[in-house]
Write a protein that binds this ligand. Structure first.
Ligand code: RB5
Length: 152
């Protein structure tokens, strides 16, 4: 196992799952940077989606893991940042393909929609799957609007 540096972030709805996953990752030897939220008090998921994106783009971490009730809102916010590819995953296959085909650098999980055991397996799959490159590279490059010369 290669130790990774992982940013984790959530709103209140994702807090418990973030804590479980973060603790497990630390136990497994990864460096975990928890950027909040830090309790169950209601907060706004975009604040933490944006924060996770900004922190990851600094380049000091390998991946981000973000959590809200569904994983939807927090991934929408993170995906507003060029260079961020946040994938909402819900099983092992989406976690694997998010990395191998989409080169996702953030995985979003819905704490109210996924079993804890599946979430743990998704995380393990996500951080240990390599981007395939090849035919997927140009497609991934086209995701960022700044990299599209003409978009009509
Ligand atoms: C919070 O109640 C909930 O709306 C939020 O966690 C998330 O599911 C939004 O997409």
């Amino acid at each position: 196992m290669i130790a990774k540096t992982i940013i984790i972030a959530s709103d209140h709805a994702g807090y418990n799952l973030k804590k479980i996953i973060g603790d497990e990752m630390s136990k497994n030897g990864h460096k975990v940077l928890d950027i909040g939220t830090n309790n169950l008090d209601p907060v706004d998921y975009p604040d933490f989606g944006h924060l996770a994106a900004v922190e990851l783009l600094k380049g000091d971490a390998n991946f981000g893991l973000i959590f809200c009730g569904t994983g939807l809102g927090i991934s929408m916010a993170a995906n507003r940042h060029n260079g961020i590819r946040a994938a909402l995953c819900y099983d092992i296959e989406t976690a694997r393909l998010a990395r191998s085909h989409n080169d996702a650098n953030i995985m979003a999980l819905g704490a109210r929609t996924i079993e804890v055991d599946i979430a743990k397996r998704c995380v393990d799959t996500f951080i240990n799957t390599r981007f395939e490159g090849g035919r997927h590279l140009n497609r991934v490059k086209k995701i960022d609007l700044t990299k599209i010369e003409r978009f009509e």
